[in-house]
Design a protein around this ligand. Structure first.
Ligand code: PEP
Ligand code: MG
Length: 547
């Protein structure tokens, strides 16, 4: 038996034969052409054909991966017409007098490569999208059919192939979206990331998936029996019977458990002592609100608004932000939506902020510190949030507050925004303003901060990093990172007690909130709200019922 470790991208256990799909890099010849103008016209025609197919694909895919996800193909359509994509292709045709397919492959793959080398994860993940549209163009230019990863091995009709664990260097998003669930036991890839679209689609479609398995996942493994554990990112090739038995037992247990959890939909979350805990969802974009609703979230406990600022060339303007906040508020239809103001800096960098280079960015200019030093940026965001507040049940939450002074300054800026909106007769709600407790300093003085806060939400990801002095980005420190460290638990307890003394509620929106081993502890502490990944909500509801 061989065991390979990758990144668990979609939970679930699957057993079957591995089938490697052909490498998606299509081979093309560098063919000279006499008339470059005619070749550019050929490229434009191919582009129109692909655009038409993408529009069709967006419609087809909606039923499989949901309308929000299917919008990706509209985005592909936009990329197809983007001058950053088309101009280098046309330039190669015109300057080198070569065929369009060669120009697409050269320029398209180069652009995909450039994206894959970017620091920003979101941009990195767009590399697969660029490769995908390049391949679609090449296929049309070469007159090839558009088989899409449903077992297109040489000469074999798709229907004749039994369902398998599909393997590839990486899966193009359009491949994943068009896959017939019945033919796919699981997806495994050498490359990819947890948040690539393929991984997101796999989770949405309930296909177990492991990405980033590396070169050890070689095409020679095609045809071999395997079993995988998508939750833990483990792939076992030619597994022994005992392991298969163990994993199959776990799969059956998971299935029964999931079915039983459906009974909890729409129910309140109540512990044995009668205390109610609100179960909210963490989101990073308006579309994530769909998953929150699908998983029965009672609200949004953390909208990481900085994601609206990432992966762009410039600041999102007030209107763009207003529309995003409004969209989430409308979708959540009266359920509370807590919008965390900009938490850029540290691991979340956007070049156009022009932040100084720092030795220790996690201890540097980030989150509220940026907002207080650049009130113009902060005010634009607050105006957008306040304007959107007229459309639902919003709350504002400031990240990384360390002192009462910072909180009062932030509140003053919010007040000035309300005043300005009032002057212009622009409607808004006087929404609650809470803070994240993410530093030991804020936890220790939470009694003081509570006097000026409408609620607390504990960001345990940063609270852990700053309490234990362990860089949360550095996986090699995992052996030293005891997330259940008594110091962290004491800080959480203190914060919760101080919140209650001041008559405000206290939640947790860091990952520890979803740590089932601590749920009982949190319930006993009196935590009022847990905001977690949408998929954890029903499970947490059942665990809390047993606490
Ligand atoms: C946290 O620090 O726990 C938190 C929720 O914020 P983020 O993970 O976005 O820093
Ligand atoms: Mg944080």
């Amino acid at each position: 038996m061989i065991t390979l470790q990758g990144v668990g991208a979609s939970a679930g256990i699957a057993k079957g034969k591995i089938r490697f799909l052909k490498d998606e890099s299509l081979s093309v010849e560098k063919r000279r052409v006499d008339d470059a103008g005619q070749e550019v016209a050929r490229f434009n025609n191919a582009r129109d054909a692909v655009a038409e197919k993408l529009t069709k694909l967006a419609k087809e895919a909606a039923s499989k991966i949901g309308e929000e996800n299917a919008l990706l193909f509209e985005v592909h359509n936009m990329m197809l017409h983007d001058s950053d994509f088309t101009e280098p292709i046309i330039a190669i045709i015109e300057t080198e007098n070569v065929c369009a397919e060669y120009a697409v492959k050269t320029a398209g793959y180069r652009l995909a490569q450039d994206f894959s080398e970017m620091d920003d994860d979101y941009m990195k993940e767009r590399s697969a999208d660029i490769r995908d549209i390049s391949n679609r163009l090449i296929e049309v230019l070469l007159g090839l059919s558009q088989g899409l990863g449903q077992g297109e091995e040489a000469g074999q009709p798709e229907a004749a192939l039994p369902a398998a664990i599909l393997a590839a260097r990486d899966f193009a998003p359009s491949e994943t979206a068009r896959m017939d669930r019945a033919n796919v036991l699981a997806l495994i890839s050498q490359e990819g990331a947890f948040n690539s679209h393929t991984a997101i689609f796999a989770r949405t479609m309930g296909i177990p998936a492991i990405v980033a398995l590396g070169d050890a996942l070689s095409p020679e493994l095609s045809g071999k029996d395997a079993i995988l554990d998508g939750q833990n990112g483990l792939l076992y090739i030619e597994p022994h019977d005992a392991l298969v038995g163990e994993l199959e037992e776990r799969a059956e247990k998971d299935r029964l458990e999931k079915a039983a959890l459906e009974n909890l939909r729409g129910k309140p979350t109540v512990a044995k002592n009668g205390r109610e805990v609100k179960l909210f969802a963490n989101i990073g974009s308006p579309k994530d609100a769909d998953a929150a609703l699908a998983q029965d979230a009672e609200g949004i406990g953390l909208f990481r608004s900085e994601f609206l600022y990432l992966g762009r060339d410039d600041f999102p303007d007030e209107e763009t932000q207003f529309n995003s906040y409004k969209e989430v508020l409308c979708k959540m239809a009266g359920r509370q939506v807590i919008i965390r103001t900009l938490d850029i800096g540290a691991d979340k960098q956007a070049a156009y902020f022009d932040l100084p280079k720092e030795e220790n960015p996690a201890l540097g200019l980030r989150a509220i510190r940026i907002c207080l030093s650049r009130p113009d940026i902060f005010k634009t965001q607050l105006r957008a949030i306040y304007r959107a507040s007229a459309y639902g049940n919003a709350a504002i939450m400031f990240p990384m507050i360390n002192s009462l002074g910072e909180l009062m300054q932030a509140r003053e800026i919010a007040k000035s925004v309300r005043y300005e909106l009032g002057e212009k007769n622009i409607p808004f709600q006087n929404v609650p303003i809470g803070i994240m407790i993410e530093t030991p300093a804020s936890a220790v003085i939470s009694d003081i901060l509570a006097e000026q806060s409408d609620f607390f939400s504990i960001g345990t990801n940063d609270l852990t990093q700053y309490t234990l002095a362990i860089d949360r980005q550095n996986a090699s420190l995992d052996p030293f990172c005891d997330t259940h460290h008594e110091a962290i638990l004491r800080l959480i307890r203190t914060t919760c007690e101080n919140a209650h003394k001041a008559g405000i509620w206290c939640g947790i929106c860091g990952s520890l909130g979803g740590d089932l081993a601590l749920t009982k502890t949190f319930v006993e502490m009196g935590i009022d709200e847990l905001s977690v990944e949408p998929s954890l909500i029903l499970k947490l509801r059942s665990v809390i019922a047993g606490c």
